[in-house]
Ligand binder design. Structure first.
Ligand SMILES: *[C@@H]1O[C@H](CO)[C@@H](O)[C@H](O)[C@H]1NC(C)=O
Ligand SMILES: *[C@@H]1O[C@H](CO)[C@@H](O)[C@H](O)[C@H]1NC(C)=O
Length: 274
């Protein structure tokens, strides 16, 4: 009888299917991976991580030192929090930090850059494509791992989401954030990273690209560029106020979710009270 046979094969296959589809994240994914020392910091050293570094250098030279510092600050953060370190997938962490700016610092004609998507989304897509085209992809990169990298990059400047996501995503956020906040005037977040550690990172990957020491003006110019040249990607997100402050003629009005809500409601705002 056909039906029972099919049904029993399905039962036999079920555990396998569950394994394949769930492919649950291992509890300590990175324990046995090889490491090397960079700027006196122990970093994960696998073929795809090395390829990610080369990829960042080749495709995003203007932000290479920045992304390397972000990775190293991220590793230092983990080295000061064993609980978090035990939860983080070091390859996801390394690739997420080294490729988080793939689509930034480029002219609009660059292949990674779209007109309408946020640079974080363009970078996330470029990083996911990098992983999928690597020789390790089939064996070691189930969809959920690629997704962690995508999420970490897409949310690297959105603490309101990133800090409530998986440890991988949170740790990618902090690696990049330490680049800006470690030496923030008035004391930013330092996550246990010491002055000596911080200086060793700066010696290895100097701030030569207008970020970092000049981070405040660097960030202003960075966001203003997007508001001017990719305005569609800046409405209703953290860059919008930079455009309003710095870019003559920039206006989000008509493009915000609020404008859509007003149009749908079709009412005179002055009649709405709360
Ligand atoms: C390297 O790191 C170790 C601690 O891990 C520290 O004792 C040593 O002073 C550091 N060396 C340099 C050159 O910063
Ligand atoms: C270390 O990481 C854990 C897990 O994410 C977190 O709950 C804890 O607050 C962190 N500790 C410090 C000192 O930041």
């Amino acid at each position: 009888m056909l039906a029972p046979t099919l049904f029993s094969s399905y039962l036999l296959l079920l555990p396998l299917l569950l394994t394949l589809t769930n492919a649950a994240p291992p509890s300590s994914p990175s324990k046995s991976l090889p490491h090397r020392t960079l700027a006196n910091i122990s970093v994960v050293d696998t073929p795809i991580v090395r390829a990610a570094e080369a990829y960042a250098k080749q495709h995003s030279p203007g932000s290479y030192n920045h992304v390397m510092r972000a990775w190293l600050f991220g590793c230092l953060h983990l080295s000061h929090n064993a609980t978090l370190a035990a939860q983080v997938d070091l390859e996801v962490h390394a690739i997420g930090l080294m490729l988080h700016d793939l689509a930034s610092d480029h002219p609009l004609a660059n292949a990674f850059v779209t007109r309408d998507r946020r640079f974080e989304v363009d970078s996330a897509a470029a990083a996911a494509n990098f992983i999928r085209s690597h020789a390790d992809a089939k064996r070691n990169w189930p969809g959920w791992r690629v997704q962690r990298v995508w999420d970490g990059i897409a949310l690297h400047a959105e603490p309101r989401f990133a800090l409530h996501k998986e440890p991988d995503v949170l740790a990618i956020y902090w690696g990049n954030e330490l680049e800006f906040s470690w030496a923030a005037p008035g004391g930013g977040e330092q996550k246990g990273v010491t002055r000596d550690e911080h200086e060793a990172v700066l010696r290895a990957f100097p701030r030569d690209e207008g970020r970092g020491a000049a981070a405040s003006t660097g960030l202003l110019a960075f966001a203003a560029w997007y508001c001017r040249y990719k305005p569609e990607s800046t409405y209703d997100m953290w860059m919008q106020p930079y455009g309003e402050l710095l870019v003559p003629g920039y206006s989000a009005a008509g493009h915000r979710l609020l404008d859509r809500a007003l149009a749908v409601a079709g009412v005179d705002v002055s009649t709405i009270g709360v």
